[in-house]
Design a protein around this ligand. Structure first.
Ligand code: ZN
Length: 316
């Protein structure tokens, strides 16, 4: 059995929390509409890999995102182990109203806005200030229902339209959202523009300025730097990550930008480093193979192609 020396691990966290976002961030951005039965089977499998957090769907208008039009059916049909926290994403109060009709089926609400005005306008046709104002109400109402609430700030590390996004602006927005009652704040590298030095500086500052709220890293592998960025965040003490089985998903704006980091690649890297994820990699790879077969084409995940590392040798 090989294990990392204490010197090699440095002061890394002993364990991390991973939220699987493939059923939402992934399925939403795939061109195919996946059948409800397939979604239910896949989410059930993901909830039995040891992942303790799963984002199941989004309560958005069906004409805007037809891929998730069956969100309520999926939520009603899946079979949640009691130690798994399920999330639903809501864009606004109407989405929250629709989600609350199934309130006993989930524990956590995810909200989102963009740090960049142009991306926010393209995504939800609102200014950032208008989005923040709307979210204050959504957050307060969800908290009033006893739900845990997170907001992911998209384009936290760069915007495809505006380029540089000011770190202070992102952290100020995060402070406003924490004050509005968020339990957790996520920082999204929506189109894969972040680099590890930037991420290290960002999370160091974020941990200094945002106390008492969980900070989550949401990286995309658009330019192949997702895992390097995850390591940089981990080294600042970040213990909460979002990723997508199979490397599904990404962001529809701009067209063609794809790829959350693959959950199985993240789990493989962390476990090999001695950072516990709680996830059974073999079971997770089984779910990734299943979704690959459903979609009928190769996926971006590296570990899905190569398999888990076998330190004892494949032929032994
Ligand atoms: Zn994403």
């Amino acid at each position: 059995c090989l294990s990392m020396s204490d010197a090699g691990r440095g002061s890394l966290p002993e364990s991390v929390r991973i939220r699987e976002v493939g059923p939402r961030d992934g399925f939403q951005n795939e061109p195919e509409v996946i059948a409800t039965d397939d979604k239910v089977r896949l989410v059930n499998a993901l909830m039995r890999t040891g992942l303790k957090r799963v984002e199941v769907t989004s309560f958005v208008r069906a004409d805007v995102i037809p891929q998730l039009a069956d969100g309520a059916e999926v939520l009603a049909q899946i079979d949640r182990p009691s130690d798994v926290e399920l999330s639903v994403l809501v864009p606004n109060e109407r989405g929250l109203d629709n989600a609350l009709a199934l309130k006993d089926r989930f524990q956590h609400v995810g909200c989102f806005l963009s740090a960049s005005e142009t991306h926010n306008k393209a995504n939800v046709n609102r200014t950032v200030a208008e989005s923040l104002e709307g979210l204050r109400t959504v957050i307060a109402r969800a908290k009033g229902e006893g739900l845990r609430v997170a907001t992911v700030i998209a384009t936290s590390f760069g915007c495809p339209y505006e380029g540089h996004v000011d770190q202070a602006r992102v952290l100020d927005l995060a402070g406003e959202l924490a004050a509005a009652g968020c339990d957790e704040l996520g920082f999204g590298d929506t189109t894969g523009m972040a680099n590890p030095v930037q991420v290290g500086e960002f999370f160091t500052a974020a941990f200094e300025q945002l106390e008492g709220v969980e900070l989550t890293a949401h990286f995309h592998n658009t330019r192949g730097q997702g895992l390097a960025n995850a390591l940089a965040a981990l080294q600042t003490g970040c213990r909460s990550f979002e990723s997508s089985f199979g490397e599904l998903g990404g962001c529809p704006v701009p067209a063609g930008a794809t790829g959350n980091i693959a959950t199985e690649d993240l789990v493989s890297m962390f476990e090999e480093m001695g950072v516990a994820t709680g996830v059974d990699l073999g079971a997770l790879l089984g779910a990734a193979r299943d979704v690959r077969d459903v979609l009928g084409r190769p996926l971006g995940s590296h570990t899905l192609v190569a398999g888990a590392i076998d330190w004892h040798g494949a032929s032994s």
